[in-house]
Design a binder for this molecule. Sequence first.
Ligand code: ZN
Length: 278
Amino acid sequence: MENEEKNRFQIEKRMNRDFTLNKYRELCIALCSHGYTVCTVADYLENHHSEEKIVILRHDVDRKLQHAVRMAEIEHEFGIKSSYYFRYNKSVFNPASIQRIADKGHEVGYHYETLDKAKGDYKIAIRIFEDELVKFREIAEVKTICMHGNPLTRWLNRDLWKEYDFRDFGITGEAFLSFNDIPYFSDTGRTWTNKHKVKDYLPSAEPDCGGYEAGNVLKCTDDLIILLASGRIRSAYILTHPERWSNGSVEWVISHSMDMAVNLIKTVFGLGERAQRC
Ligand SMILES: [Zn+2]
């Protein structure tokens, strides 16, 4: 670490700031030092991993693409390959930056939101899906896809696959629908608990709350690191949103304030109360 970065690291430690890139580095160290094999979504679905301890690492890039680039570089330092799902919008769809991430060996996936874009019209939604998928495939091979979940829209984008089959588009898996029976941890709502998660849950966890037990007690990234270090879980599926993880003080304060504002809106509208119901 450079001196400047070391100083920042010390300051953060004193302030105990969470969701910084240095904290993310600590998470990477924990994964590597406690014997977890880290893999991408596509790798997990395609290969029947027999490792004793495995973590699927996924990132949903909703905005601030440069944060994803920095996160991908940190992972590369540790030899970690993960999955990055990009939205098709002006601030995220930048072929050069996406290529930079792909060049580090990470998986490039498509973070689709076409039912939202089509305002619930399935026929329009599948056409948008097909067009946008082509754009991503001009940059990198795309094997898997992942729904974007906007808490303020009435559509669940993954419902598209109630009418259509993603395999018809050469897609091998969907980041929510293709998984079950694996502990799922997400930073949505700036917490690893299930609070403030409106659409961000594995469908398999819905009928009962078995898969949520661990996710209701992890308030900060240190808690997740302690859980991984304890060996109490042999496998995990971890999601981050790179825009949430920043080192600069101003960026961090803005990101923190935005998350708090969104959480307040969710609370006012009674959204994201799944955890409490469980
Ligand atoms: Zn998203």
